[in-house]
Design a protein around this ligand. Structure first.
Ligand code: NZQ
Ligand code: ZN
Length: 387
């Protein structure tokens, strides 16, 4: 049964080769001053920066440079970007990059007019913004997070050893996003596969929960099958446009609020992964891949029917034998695919040591929407098994 819901996603998408042309029309809707937000320099190397800057100049914008957003953006960088936006009274925050850059732009957007400490208000107390929000637009260059069409903004506080995501409402979602699959061609293979697994896991998080009679489950299976097939093509040939465009589109739908509607969701793999990220600063998708199989094997008995369906529908396991046998065979095929992609399959390779386990377990938020609510001891056991 579907629960009641309201569905509204305000992000306008421009998809495909040459989609950046549409930036000009979008820029005309906003005031003169644009904060141009980007990461560590990939957009300067691949020419996207020059193309965006040319359009900003053509529209007579005053450009406030805000580069150097790191993967897993920090609370210190958020303060810096917020000060910049305040000082220059910016009219638009234009994020050109991956999930980190888009997330950071959204975090700045709710901080500029916030008269409290944004970290405490949004990330420790999970309060909603009560202030004016500066509009955000995105040009996506790395696929995976879904940040281009959702309200999520994950910030890391290294001093407090916390990495926390706040999922803001539709007023914080990007007003528009440019999605040109060719912009992702220069993403290093390790990042590409981490992004693919991130998107895949977003679907798992929304799939492994609730009853088996929700249209979201069928949508999810279609998205997962498409990601698996296209990941294999992209792995062989990262310049295959068909594969990269399908991956980009599937990743957007994996986390743009649609498939979570009317059902419960889990998100425990992300909570484990984020706690690992707070301790190691490792690549997000890899923190998820390293803990996924120990977690799913642990919760399998509590949701065995769904794991059986996953095995049959997504991994083409023969629908014969006990629920447990079929379900386990599905996870075995998933494991083989993850190894094929070259994902991190253990936490040790990400820099986690035995001594960190207790701290990581404490930093892991416990969710109650999945098949089983973990105890602290279970979290410790799953983390140890993931080492
Ligand atoms: O910084 P630059 O030089 O641009 O390099 C980046 C970065 O090193 C590089 N890159 C991006 N586009 C490129 C490129 N390199 C070459 N060519 C290109 N076209 O890729 C590296 C990783 O970028 P990043 O933005 O960090 O990756 P991702 O998109 O995976 O974002 C990760 C962040 O998003 C959060 C994660 O926790 C993490 O902080 N998430 C956001 C979510 C959301 N908004 O809903 C949900 C996710 O679960 C996730 O938690
Ligand atoms: Zn994720």
């Amino acid at each position: 049964m579907l629960g009641n819901f309201t569905y509204h996603n305000p992000t306008k998408l421009y998809f495909g080769k040459g989609a950046l042309e549409n930036l000009e029309g979008e820029l005309q809707k906003y005031g003169e001053t644009v904060q141009l937000i980007y990461g560590g320099g990939s957009i300067k190397k691949n020419g996207i920066y020059d193309r965006v800057l040319a359009l900003l100049k053509k529209c007579n914008k005053t450009v406030i440079e805000d580069g150097g957003v790191m993967p897993n953006p920090t609370v210190e960088k958020l303060k810096e970007g917020t000060m910049l936006a305040r000082e220059h009274h910016v009219d638009l925050l234009l994020a050109v990059g991956g999930g980190s850059v888009c997330d950071y732009a959204k975090a700045v957007s709710v901080s500029v007019f916030c008269d409290e400490d944004p970290w405490e208000k949004y990330y420790l107390r999970f309060e909603e913004p009560a202030c004016k929000i500066v509009p955000v637009g995105c040009v996506l260059t790395m696929v995976g997070t879904g940040s281009e069409m959702n309200g999520g903004a994950v910030i890391t506080n290294h001093a407090q050893k916390l990495k926390i995501g706040h999922v803001f409402g539709s007023e914080v979602m990007p007003k528009f996003t440019v999605l040109d699959p060719e912009f992702t061609f220069t993403v290093p293979k390790r990042q590409m596969v981490a992004g693919i697994y991130d998107a895949f896991n977003h679907i798992c998080e929304q799939y492994f929960s609730g009853e088996d009679d929700n249209v979201s489950d069928s949508l999810s299976e279609g998205l997962m099958k498409s990601l698996i097939a296209n990941s294999r093509v992209a792995l062989k040939d990262p310049l295959d446009y068909a594969a990269r465009s399908n991956i980009m589109w599937a990743a957007t739908w994996a986390l743009n609020t649609l498939i979570a509607k009317g059902k419960t969701t889990d998100w425990e793999v992300h909570m484990l992964g984020q706690a690992v990220g707070a301790y190691t600063d490792a690549t997000h998708g890899m923190t998820l891949s390293a803990v996924s199989l120990p977690y799913y094997r642990h919760i399998l008995p509590y949701g065995v029917k769904k794991f059986r369906r996953f095995a049959v529908e997504v991994w083409n396991v023969e629908d014969a034998g006990s629920d447990e046998e079929v379900a386990k065979a599905g996870l075995a095929r998933m494991e083989a695919w993850m190894k094929e992609l070259g994902l991190a399959m253990d936490l040790t390779s990400l820099g986690v040591t035995e001594e960190m386990i207790e701290g990581i377990a404490k930093a892991t938020l416990v969710m109650d929407g999945g098949y089983h609510v973990l105890t602290h001891e279970e979290i410790v056991a799953i983390l140890k098994e993931s080492l």
